[in-house]
Design a binder for this molecule. Sequence first.
Ligand code: ASP
Length: 332
Amino acid sequence: MKRRTFMQRAGLSGLGLAITNSLLACNTNESKEKATVAAATKTAEGPMVISTWNVPNANNKAWEVLAAGGNALDAVEQGVKVEEADTKNQSVGKGGRPDRDGRVTLDACIMDHQGNYGAVMCVQNYTHVISIARKVMEDTPHVILAGAGAEQFAAAQGFEAEDLLTEATKKDWEKWKETSDYKPVINIENHDTIGMLAIDAEGNISGACTTSGLAYKMAGRVGDSPVIGSGLFVDNEVGACTATGMGEEVLKTVGSFLVVELMRHGKSPQEACEEAIRRIVKDNPRAKDVQVGFIAINKAGETGAYCIHPGFQYIVNRSEKTELFDGKAAIG
Ligand code: ASP
C-alpha cells in the first residue's frame, strides 16, 4: 500500500473510530441523562405547594384549589393573589412599598407545566399583577409586557385600577425620605415577597412569583421576580425553583434556571439550591450584605431551600396542615 493511501485509510479509520467513540460517548451521556431525568420523574405521591416566607393564608388557598382537584396553575395564581390583596404585606401587591418617588410598581410572572410563561414588569395601579401576567401568557403573542403597555393591557382586560399606596406605606416612605438612606436590610427589605410552586394531582408543576420589589428602588428598576429563569423557572420533566431576596444577584446568575438545570443533571432540590447560592456568594464582596433565598421541588415532590443568611423561611402544604421551615444558610 502506498504511503498516501495508508495514511488516508489510517486517517479515515481513525476518524471512524473517533466518530464511533463520540457516538458511544453521546449514547452513554444520553442514557445517563435519561437515567437522571428518569430518577427525578418518579411522580409525587400527591399534590403539594411550597412558598417563600411565612405565608399560610396564601399556601392554604393554593392547597384548597389542589384539594378540590384543581390544577397547579390555578392553585399558584389563587394562592399568591391572597398576598397581593393583603395590605399588611408590604412587599407584594397593594400596600407594597413604593420606589423612591413614591410610586408602587409591581412585577410578576407565572409559568405552567407546558413551558408557557407570562410576565408583567413595573406595573402601577393594579393589585393582581399575577392575573395580568397569566393573561399575557394565555391571550397575547408575547411573554412580557412592561409599564404603561402592561397597564393599558390590564385595563382592556377589565382589571380595576386602584391606588396601591396605603396610608401605612406612605408614612414609611415619608419617614424614609427624611434621610433617603438607601441600604436594604437583610430579611426586612424582602420579607414576604412570594414565590410559589405547586404540583397537582396529575403530577404537573406550575409556579408564580409576585412582588413590589425592593423598597425605595430607583424608578423603573425591575428585579428578578418577573424574569423567566431568574425569579422563577418550571420544567415539568424535572422540577421548579423560585427565588426571593436581592434580585440583582439572582439575575446575574439566572438562579432559578440554574437550580432546575442542576436537578436535571442529578442533584436533589437541596443540593441544587446550595450550589446556586454558592455561585452567588463565591468571590462576591456584596454577599455579606444581601439576602437571597431559593426554594425548589422536583418531580417526585422532594423539596429544597437555601439562602445566604439565616432568617429565610418557607412554607409547605401536603395536606391542609401548613408546615413552616427555616431555610438553611450559607453564612452565619
Ligand atoms: N426579589 C425581589 C426583587 O429583587 C425582591 C424580594 O424578593 O425581596 O425585586
